[in-house]
Design a protein around this ligand. Sequence first.
Ligand SMILES: CC1=C(CCC(=O)O)c2cc3nc(cc4[nH]c(cc5[nH]c(cc1n2)c(C)c5CCC(=O)O)c(CCC(=O)O)c4C)C(CCC(=O)O)=C3C
Ligand SMILES: [Fe+2]
Length: 334
Amino acid sequence: MGDVAYDAFLLVSFGGPEGQEDVLPFLENVTRGRGIPRERLETVAEHYRHFGGVSPINAQCRELLQALDLDLPVYWGNRNWHPFLEDTVRQLRDDGVQHALAFVTSPFGSFSSCRQYLDDIAKARANVEGAPQIDKIRHYHDHPGYIAPHADAVRAALAQLPSRMAARLVFTAHSIPTAMNDSSGPDGKRYEAQLRETAALVAAEAAPELPWDLVWQSRSGSPHVPWLEPDVNAHLEHLAEQGVTEVVVSPIGFISDHLEVVWDLDEEARATAARLGLAYVRAATPGTDPRFVAMIRQLVDERVLAHSNVRHALGTVPTWDFCPADCCVSPKRA
Ligand SMILES: CC1=C(CCC(=O)O)c2cc3nc(cc4[nH]c(cc5[nH]c(cc1n2)c(C)c5CCC(=O)O)c(CCC(=O)O)c4C)C(CCC(=O)O)=C3C
Ligand SMILES: [Fe+2]
């Protein structure tokens, strides 16, 4: 069999508002049919408003596309805001693209971070007659190009603490409902397993001598629905009670400084730490680190070269090119 003839690269992301007037329509798109309380929406709207109604995620997608330097033409489409995936798929079709390869800005499995993007792609294709075939690139939670920038960032953050040897590493990722975690991957709890592996790999590379924890952030939904815990703020309280005085918070669940990072960590968790008298440094995310950009090129090569058996992975949680139909299904349907 010859190489796979992909003729376009498609960046698929979450999308975010580009100004104050976009904030509410954007949040309505995000939460359509997902039962998020009105008060939570107003709170989150305030977080966006604090930054002029502009999500950082769009600039980060543009910077990533600029940095990529692929042999394929590059396109970008979002789930929740312009450029909408469906419009981009229409553009792909109009440009004569037959078979695109999609990179999603979340490295992990779960309904929110994997299946929903596959559903978005399927829906966009269904609405565009003559749409190209679109394959999604595999999970990359343990790719060296994802681990190394996070590990360097943890080292750099530790260097800013008064006495690095007494520090605690706190890895954070987006919380999800426990039911969504239970239906992640082919046999459940894959989201949590991948994040635990990412955390272990980053800790081992950055500071093997230090203790670390994996905690969760940015929960929403009804307080009666269980989500992954502990929350980062509660965990900081717990650490302070135990006598810990210095923390590095590393957002391993994020490829770049999304709103959850610049608000939930840089504002809220930092304030929690200040109240507790904890020295607090937030580690950087990969963004356009050259190793992360090179990872994307390697993941494209992995798929294009049919005989390539190079499949960079530092961990043991398996990844695959094509998700089975019953993988990461919505917990409501599971
Ligand atoms: C696992 C996961 C990722 C990582 C994977 C990925 O990257 O996709 C992620 C990313 C993101 N989530 C984002 C924003 C939001 N997520 C929300 C709501 C929710 N997220 C959830 C999970 C995740 N979310 C869940 C289970 C909900 C509850 C509703 C539901 O069951 O679907 C809401 C509604 C309000 C709120 O409740 O917070 C907003 C505004 C942005 C943009 C940030 C920016 O603008 O920089 C990004 C990258
Ligand atoms: Fe989210």
